[in-house]
Ligand binder design. Structure first.
Ligand code: AMP
Ligand code: MG
Length: 266
């Protein structure tokens, strides 16, 4: 059994064709054993990326409420130290942010060469929540797909590796996770009444996700549709995709700045 991680280009993505509970016949125990080595490898790669200084890595995480964006960040980046990796969270825009073009607040958080930055929500909110809740007119969000593609093209041309992950969960899984936030006192802080209103927009969000996945999926900045009902599988898929992609960059430690032969430290 298999399921494409990257949706085929030039076709409309139908999310009903992607099983959120897919695990590729892998057992939870196996996944548990595979993840640590990938997390450590990611840390090594970040170190080399920093020394190499040719590339930066931008990880974009999107998914409906409770899809597991925070959990993915905690688990996949647990070994990557704070020197070269940071997270940018994007919530409701401030007045200052709203006074600028929609990409402004995202562009200034993109990674410098040598760094990892994880976008916890991203510029895609401009074609997700802003579309679903009619925060901008249709003509405005319609134009944004091309604007986002141009933005990502610029980043890639400048050495930023753009890795986009859509965490795909089922409606039933969201119901369970929201209920857990209501029932478990340690999770009360995560719950807002508005989350239930947002859940009523489920179908409209799925439609907006499908369009984002269809219209913003160029070869240089592809989407990965991550089956995310099982957290252990989700983490493994994201970690492995990142390791594979960054290994393919052929990163290297640069030689010494000066001629070192024969120098002895006394
Ligand atoms: P959380 O991810 O739980 O911290 O919630 C962040 C909230 O900010 C979510 O309810 C998002 O829908 C909202 N949000 C993020 N980006 C935007 C945006 N561009 N416009 C409006 N709301 C946004
Ligand atoms: Mg939330």
């Amino acid at each position: 059994m298999s399921q494409p991680l990257i949706p085929p280009r030039g076709q409309h993505v139908d999310l009903r064709g992607y099983d959120p509970a897919f695990t590729g016949n892998l057992a939870k125990e196996q996944a548990r054993q595979l993840l640590p080595a990938l997390c450590e490898r990611l840390n090594e790669l970040q170190d080399t990326l920093y020394a190499d200084r040719r590339f930066a890595v931008l990880v974009v995480l999107q998914g409906i409420d409770t899809a597991g964006k925070d959990g993915t960040i905690k688990n996949v980046f647990r070994d990557v130290g704070p020197l070269g990796c940071s997270v940018a969270n994007f919530g409701v825009p401030t007045e200052e942010e709203l006074a600028h073009d929609f990409l402004w607040r995202y562009h200034r958080e993109t990674p410098a060469r040598g760094k990892f930055v994880v976008f916890n929500r991203s510029h895609y909110e401009a074609v997700l929540v802003e579309r679903v809740k009619s925060l901008v007119p249709e003509a405005t969000w319609q134009a944004r797909y091309d604007q986002i593609n141009a933005f990502e093209r610029l980043l890639v041309d400048e050495g930023v590796v753009v890795m986009k992950f859509f965490l795909h969960i089922s409606r039933e899984e969201q119901r369970e996770r929201l209920q857990e936030r209501i029932d478990n006192p340690k999770k009360h802080w995560k719950f807002r009444q508005g989350d239930l209103e947002e859940r009523r927009n489920w179908d409209r969000y799925q439609q907006a996700f499908a369009e984002m996945l269809s219209r913003c999926n160029p070869a240089h900045a592809p989407w990965h549709i991550v089956p995310a009902d099982h957290k252990w599988y989700r983490d493994l898929v994201v970690a492995r995709a990142l390791v594979d992609r960054i290994e393919a960059l052929g990163l290297r430690y640069p030689g010494p700045f000066e001629h070192l032969a024969g120098i002895r430290v006394v």
